[in-house]
Design a protein around this ligand. Structure first.
Ligand SMILES: C[S@@+](CC[C@H](N)C(=O)[O-])C[C@H]1O[C@@H](n2cnc3c(N)ncnc32)[C@H](O)[C@@H]1O
Ligand code: SF4
Length: 372
């Protein structure tokens, strides 16, 4: 019998929110009634079944999960019924959590209850990812969030009380930042007083028709903000370990590292995307039926993604990945330009390098044309 390949990471997408923030491009809806959530759960069950069939076809199986991530949408709204439904589905498909599994739930301020947090913890959730985005009423409103600043403080106080291990999502490059003189370090300082172990820092990225498209700060302002936040978090003991992520020692996101290392991560839920490494198999779930859109990466596509991902994290990209000696020359130049360090035959970008990753990739393309 053919030996099966084991997958130890799973992402699950919950596609509902209380309100749709006007900058957001993730797949989500506001449920019109409980029936929408019922229908989602029926769809999710069908997706677990279809996923199992795909696993059999490709000779994969579940290992005890090392990482499980429930994202959205606003999965904290799914509440106790979500914890119970997921428990049922994991049981049905014999999916277990390993003893040290990292199990993350995204939580929105104002979209959780005490009972639901407890139900998720009882299921094994040991990490929360809290979508704060900004800690200033003006910017929370400008961002079209449904929560207010008191909801944020209530959540932070709750996390403190239950000694939760949590990460914070935070955004920069917000509209009118200059006009209203956003004091981003003051906001962060306040957040740090509640002891998050991890911060994800995203630059607001929007489509052309975004309502505040013309009110966004320019690149120079955003670069200054990014470097200020990075330096500040590093001064507080956080490691800038990925383009958008900072962690205290030992608290890097295990789940996201699997993506950046291009390892297999299964995914279930409307719009969720998974990857099976050995088969170079990427799949994306349709949103209304338990069907996937499949794609097999070519060697070249895989190589390109591995280079891009390798540069995103501070583990670095091995110079051995390239047969061309030109890459060593380029890496040396990056180090001389103070964008990277060269260590153990690996190039590791620093914060300045992370900031201009896109243009560094362009530079690689141009100079190693025959490789890409
Ligand atoms: C999958 S979203 C969902 C999290 C949660 N629903 C919330 O909004 O807090 C995860 C994170 O992506 C970031 N994000 C969402 N839309 C973004 C955008 N247009 N540009 C930059 N970051 C974005 C936010 O920081 C958000 O917390
Ligand atoms: S709450 Fe999060 S997922 Fe929902 S619309 Fe807002 S940004 Fe998007």
């Amino acid at each position: 019998m053919q030996e099966k390949l084991a997958v130890k990471s799973l992402y699950l997408h919950y596609p509902f929110c209380r309100h749709l923030c006007n900058y957001c491009d993730f797949y989500k809806n506001v449920p019109k009634s409980e029936a929408d959530v019922d229908n989602f759960e029926v769809l999710l069950s069908a997706m677990f079944k279809a996923h199992d069939e795909k696993f059999s076809e490709l000779a994969y199986e579940w290992a005890d999960l090392e990482t499980l991530y429930i994202g959205g949408g606003t999965p904290s709204l799914w509440g106790e019924r979500g914890a119970s439904k997921l428990s049922e589905l994991l049981g049905e498909y014999d999916i277990n959590l390993s003893q040290n599994a990292e199990f993350t739930l995204e939580v929105n301020p104002g979209s959780w209850t005490e009972e639901s947090l407890l139900a998720w913890q009882n299921l094994g959730v040991n990490r929360f990812s809290l979508g704060i985005q900004a800690l200033d009423s003006t910017f929370i409103k400008l961002l079209d969030r449904v929560h207010n600043i008191d909801d944020v403080y209530t959540t932070l106080a709750k996390f403190s009380e239950i000694k939760a291990n949590f990460s914070v999502d935070f955004m920069l490059g917000l509209p009118f930042s200059e006009k209203y003189n956003r004091n981003i370090l003051k906001e962060l300082d306040e957040i740090l007083s509640y002891s998050p172990k991890h911060i994800s820092l995203y630059i607001l990225t929007v489509k052309d028709h975004y309502i505040h498209a013309k009110d966004l700060p320019d690149d120079e302002y955003i670069e200054k903000e990014y470097m200020e936040v990075s330096n500040y978090l590093q001064s507080k003991g956080f490691l800038h370990y990925e383009v958008s992520n900072f962690a205290l020692e030992g608290h890097e996101s295990k789940h996201n590292k699997e993506y950046w290392k291009m390892n297999s991560v299964a995914a279930i839920g409307p719009s969720a995307t998974g990857f099976l490494k050995e088969e170079k198999f990427r799949y994306k779930w349709k949103v209304k039926s338990a069907e996937i859109v499949e794609e097999r990466l070519t060697e070249d596509e895989l190589f390109l993604e591995e280079v891009y991902m390798g540069l995103r994290i501070n583990d670095g990209l091995s110079l051995n990945k390239f047969s061309e000696s030109e890459f060593s020359t380029i890496a040396k130049e990056w180090s001389e330009r103070d964008l990277a360090t060269l260590e153990d035959n690996k190039v590791k970008l620093n914060s300045k390098g992370f900031l201009i990753l896109g243009s560094l990739m362009d530079e690689l393309f141009l100079r190693l044309k025959n490789k890409f």
